[in-house]
Design a protein around this ligand. Structure first.
Ligand code: ADP
Length: 378
């Protein structure tokens, strides 16, 4: 008889946001049992699994939460890794491993890791404070905060002497400003047996002011050489980290065809939402397969796709309403995902829409239609 998969385990998720929500949605198909920890009592996962309200960065809270779990994963990097390390000692399975989470929590350690392992990345120097930045800079450069700078808040371009007064006065780094042509992402997974699978590269388009992904296209419109270079880099990184789980590798592609790693995230990622409909296996299912030791799924593209983040419309705060919902659902290939957040505010991530179409031009037209039509207001 074939093996029987032992499903008698509890899977704890640190973070109860939309990534956790989609992870649970996927895990339901495998009869997995989840538990969730999040500081927000109205988090998107609130009603999907047994829920504990508590701080992810607090040692005792994370330890206590972990007691009832067998496998613990994250959907956000800002968690107490000291507690996770303690739990590893007690025999709990923590994926991604706490050491990997720690490396990624600090952009300085992350960049040093690339340098030490010959992984192509923009050149950089570490800085301790504002005075260091002033001393080491040649204009223009990108100034990044080492820790706790999410969604573009810890990243700024310094162009002139005048900008120095805004330089980060905490441990950070100065990085060469890359004149990139494209930003792409490759999501790679590695399971507990060391099997590795990558998703085809996708291409990101950023909102000019907010530094949030505005559109995403899959597959990225890049040459096969660049695609295989990006794929190889993603495999190398997850292998060198010895990591188990899903890793999103964000990269710049320059005009001369250079591929440089910008940053990595050890969890399901915004650049992989479209895999739910557009790929043979979704990033969420792949993450679950990886951390529970199941064989990884094939990642082939079913159809080209676009993904539009649904952000709270500027000027509206309060109970969320969705204008244009029926109009966009009338378009062939449009899939709306709402994250269960009651309250909207400007630029809050409230959902996303995936659009599938065989024809790239038609796909872009539909993505634009969705962006202009579906609005989160209050
Ligand atoms: P975050 O961790 O906040 O997502 P990132 O390091 O990804 O920050 O930077 C946010 C955005 O800033 C990137 O997606 C890119 O558009 C731009 N950026 C970051 N580093 C550079 C760089 N060295 N050169 C040019 N643009 C950069």
């Amino acid at each position: 008889m074939a093996n029987t998969f032992n499903q008698d385990f509890k899977l704890g998720i640190l973070g109860g946001g939309q990534l956790g929500r989609m992870l649970i949605q996927s895990g339901i198909d495998f009869n997995f049992n989840f538990e969730v920890l999040d500081p927000d009592k109205n988090a998107p996962c609130r009603w999907l699994a047994p829920f504990t309200e508590g701080k992810l960065t607090d040692f005792d809270t994370v330890m206590k939460f972990g007691q009832s779990c067998d496998i613990i994963t994250i959907e956000i990097e800002n968690v107490n890794t000291a507690a996770l390390k303690e739990m590893v000692k007690k025999g709990k399975k923590i994926f991604p491993q706490p050491e990997v989470i720690e490396l990624i929590q600090d952009k300085r350690v992350q960049k040093t890791f690339y340098k030490d392992n010959n992984i192509p990345t923009a050149s950089f120097v570490l800085t301790e404070n504002q005075a260091d930045v002033a001393r080491l800079i040649t204009f223009p450069m990108v100034n990044k905060l080492g820790k706790e700078g999410y969604d573009g808040r810890g990243v700024q371009i310094l162009r002139t002497r005048d900008d120095l007064k805004h330089a980060f006065d905490k441990p950070g780094l100065l990085e060469e400003l890359v004149p990139f042509e494209k930003e792409i992402s490759v999501i790679v997974a590695r399971n507990t047996h060391g099997q590795i699978e990558t998703f085809p590269a996708v291409e990101m388009v950023f909102h000019p002011e907010q530094n949030l992904v505005e559109y995403l296209f899959a597959p990225a419109q890049i040459s096969t050489e660049i695609a295989s270079c990006a794929d190889a880099i993603a495999r190398t990184i997850i292998g060198k980290l010895n990591m188990v789980g899903l890793l999103a590798v964000e990269m710049f592609v320059t005009a001369s065809g250079e591929v440089l790693v910008n940053e990595i995230a050890p969890r399901p990622h915004n650049s992989g939402h479209q895999t739910i409909e557009a790929n043979v296996t979704s990033q969420y299912e792949q993450h679950l397969r990886a951390i529970t030791g199941l064989p990884l799924g094939k990642t082939d593209l079913i159809m080209p796709s676009a993904m539009v983040n649904l952000l709270g419309e500027p000027g509206y705060s309060g109970p969320a309403r969705y204008a244009g919902f029926e109009e966009v659902l009338g378009v062939k290939g449009v899939h709306v995902h709402l994250y269960g957040k009651n309250q909207t505010k400007p630029f809050r991530k409230m959902g996303h829409v995936t659009i599938l179409d065989e024809d790239i031009d038609s796909l872009k037209k539909k993505a634009n239609f969705v962006k202009q039509t579906l609005k989160v207001i209050a």
